[in-house]
Design a protein around this ligand. Structure first.
Ligand code: BDR
Ligand code: CA
Length: 317
């Protein structure tokens, strides 16, 4: 079977890690590259985490380093309470032997897109700095992509500084997001979808049980990650039971999980109250061609089952 080549541009990240694990467990996907961007934690950590995740899951993908700061806005984060020390739930990886690509993330994305000649599915589950940079450097990139799926935006926000109008990934680099939405057709798995797919405590318990049965490093890692997610959502009241980034991957694995509707969407990049908001023209008032498939409906039980199946897959490896 010919597999679907995919690249995951990411900022691991607890939920980024689930997304990578899920994609790697899907028999029809081949992860060609993991490209790191600044986001949940500084780029020095997201880069390290991409290398370590590739090794933990024996992916053998290219790992390429991307941006360290947004296009215009300053980057400010040192650590993240939501994602734990180091960015992946406080989990310490062994020092990676793997080396990153010499080429930058945007060059790898473009070259692989051209090489796979319209077959590549590109996921972006962090701020869109790398993707915007790729589009600036290679304006013909859209011609070579099969599909572009993001976790970001949505019908409401989670950045309280903006009155919760902006979602984190878009808000970190709204300049990049605005350019990307103008240049690429986006499948937007936003907060309205990811929150509707939130898992319950009993689901984490089931995932813990399944991963405990595995006798390999993948299961050991997922067990620790799940323990962190459970403790930091139901124990401490963070939103770690919303496994945002994995839903973007799930949407591509099983089209029944997320239903999309097409609208015109633009990103507020001015430094005003709603900076980083993905503004969705539901009524077609802008008179603009729809440019974005907005995730509007989610089959939560199917998503939860997919996460459990993933745990089982690794446990039985
Ligand atoms: C997004 O922000 C990050 O914290 C997560 O990894 C996810 O990509 C959710 O707003
Ligand atoms: Ca992320």
């Amino acid at each position: 079977m010919k597999k679907i080549p995919i690249i995951i541009d990411c900022d691991p990240g607890v939920d980024d890690s689930y997304a990578i694990a899920l994609a790697n467990s899907h028999p029809e996907f081949e992860i060609i590259a993991l490209t790191a961007v600044e986001g949940n934690v500084p780029a020095v950590l997201t880069r390290h985490n991409c290398l370590c995740l590739d090794e933990t899951f024996d992916i053998g993908a290219k790992v390429a380093y991307g941006a360290t700061v947004p296009l215009v806005r300053p980057y400010f984060r040192e650590e993240s309470a939501t994602h734990g020390e180091g960015g992946v739930g406080g989990i310490q990886f062994p020092a990676p032997a793997k080396q990153p690509e010499e080429k930058a993330a945007w060059d790898v994305i473009y070259e692989e897109a051209v090489k796979h000649n319209g077959e590549l599915v590109l996921f972006a589950v962090g701020p869109l700095t790398n993707i915007a940079t790729a589009l600036r450097k290679y304006p013909d990139l859209p011609e070579y992509l099969k599909k572009f799926v993001i976790m970001g935006g949505g019908t409401f926000g989670n950045v309280t500084a903006t009155g919760a109008k902006a979602e984190f990934n878009i808000w970190v680099d709204p300049t990049a997001a605005k350019e990307v939405f103008e240049k690429l057709e986006v499948y937007m798995v936003g907060l309205n979808a990811t929150h509707a797919a939130a898992v319950e405590e009993k689901d984490f318990d089931a995932m813990l049980e399944l991963t405990a049965k595995g006798n390999n490093k993948e299961s050991a890692f997922l067990n620790k990650l799940t323990a962190f997610s459970k403790e930091n959502s139901f124990g401490r009241g963070e939103d770690n039971n919303v496994i945002h980034d994995a839903l973007a991957v799930a949407a591509e694995i099983d089209p029944e999980i997320v239903k999309f509707e097409k609208y015109y969407v633009w990103v507020e990049d001015r430094e005003i109250e709603n900076v980083g908001e993905t503004v969705i023209d539901f009524k077609g008032e802008n008179g603009k061609e729809p440019n974005c498939w907005v995730a509007m409906d989610v089959n939560q039980p199917k998503f939860v089952q997919l996460m459990k199946d993933m745990c089982k897959y690794y446990a039985e490896k």
